[in-house]
Ligand binder design. Structure first.
Ligand code: SAM
Length: 237
């Protein structure tokens, strides 16, 4: 069986058709095809604050909460599935409406520090993210594809993506946060990061300081499932 599929143009063509970056305040979209890569963060966010990327945002709870708590950091969510892209847009719009009604304010955008990329994460990181341009990646509950014949679809089997993560993280301080409820996949993730990248697992920091829960984390903690967490750091050159 082919354990690691070939990630070529044919593989990506179905996920790239509508790819764009969405401003979650205004709904404005910029097609990725119209952007000359790598993306200039300053052109997207209008400032030079550090950028963190969440891969596979699902319903968007983590993205909204972390962006609200850290206006000094720019957050980019990357989500491939159209139905979740819509859910994320709705979550932000509900929050914006609610906040506006209760405070009577909303003179400017509420989330100038957030954008959503509707794209395949592997393709996005490989083609659009500049070298050493990202302070942190957050990957929470990546699809485990539990059946053996589906393992090849696991994101962490994609070597191009893994190398893209390593290349695009800040040297010395860049971090990759991973959380999953799937022990066997967790072992594989650690193995593959160790084998294919220079990232080093940190033993001192096991969770983000504020510990904001994603939708899946809330659900699985309520069910009493075991949760596995790791942080990987990029060493200096
Ligand atoms: C199991 S859900 C977890 C969602 C969220 N992180 C959470 O913890 O609640 C995995 C998410 O990753 C997205 N996803 C899977 N593969 C992806 C890829 N290659 N690029 C972008 N998003 C992807 C799925 O569409 C889904 O929204």
């Amino acid at each position: 069986m082919n354990e690691e599929p070939r990630y070529n143009e044919t593989y990506y063509k179905f996920t790239q058709f509508d790819s764009c970056i969405i401003d979650l305040d205004s709904g404005e979209k910029t097609r990725l095809d119209d952007i000359c890569p790598p993306i200039c963060w300053k052109a997207i966010f209008g400032n030079e604050n550090p950028v963190e990327i969440e891969i596979g945002c699902g319903k968007g709870r983590f993205l909204l909460e972390i962006a609200r708590q850290h206006p000094e950091i720019n957050y980019l969510g990357v989500e491939r599935a159209p139905k979740y892209v819509r859910r994320i847009q709705q979550r932000f719009q509900r929050h914006i409406k609610h906040t506006g009604l209760h405070t009577g304010r909303l003179n400017g955008p509420l989330f100038p520090n957030v954008r959503l990329a509707w794209s395949d994460a592997a393709r996005f990181v490989e083609c659009y993210v500049e070298e050493e341009g990202v302070q942190a990646y957050h990957v929470y509950f990546p699809d485990p594809w539990p059946k053996k014949r589906q393992h090849k679809r696991r994101l962490f089997r994609n070597e191009i993506w893994l190398r893209g993560i390593e290349r695009s993280l800040y040297s010395s301080s860049g971090r990759l946060y991973v959380v999953t409820d799937y022990g066997e996949y967790f072992d594989e993730i650690r193995f593959r990061i160790d084998r294919s990248t220079r990232l080093v697992e940190s033993t001192s920091m096991c969770i983000q300081k504020e510990h904001i829960q994603s939708n899946f984390e809330m659900k699985y903690l309520a069910e009493g499932r075991k949760i596995y967490r790791a942080v990987f750091e990029k060493p200096g050159a």
